[in-house]
Unconditional design. Structure first.
Length: 141
């Protein structure tokens, strides 16, 4: 009987920990998110690091992610784009700087500093992450 009580007690403690969130999303973060993305649906939250939260959500049938500091300050929004939707000047800049590379992933990243096109490219076993501004200048390798 004593063993059964120990097993049940241990089980209940495990269940409590499994269903208890140790990091609830701060109210300031939720409010800032709702103000910036009022039409967002299917929102899920993850703790990005000690001072930052990331929301993944859908808007206009597109998957997005947005990062906020714990005080509600917006940091960044990203969403993937199809290769066919990359502006020609951006694609030309990328492919002329990295001939023979294939675009594996393309995203648009927006911050307070502006917008960037971010790419994951590969050639054989070589992979790189490249960022290009809207004017076609490579700003990060």
């Amino acid at each position: 009987m004593k063993t059964l009580k120990i097993i049940l007690g241990t089980f209940l403690v495990c269940v409590m920990f499994a269903f208890t969130s140790s990091d609830p999303v701060p109210q300031k973060v939720k409010e800032a998110f709702t103000k910036k993305f009022p039409t967002a649906t299917k929102v899920t939250w993850d703790k990005e690091n000690a001072t930052e939260w990331e929301a993944e959500f859908k808007m206009n049938n597109t998957k997005y992610s947005a990062n906020f500091r714990e005080d509600g300050t917006w940091k960044e929004t990203e969403h993937q784009i199809n290769v066919k939707d990359i502006p020609q000047n951006i694609k030309s800049s990328l492919l002329s700087a990295y001939p023979g590379y294939k675009i594996e992933e393309a995203e648009i990243s927006e911050t307070q500093e502006g917008m960037l096109y971010e790419f994951m490219i590969e050639k054989g076993k070589s992979e790189m992450e490249i960022a290009i501004n809207p004017e076609g200048k490579i700003v990060k390798k």
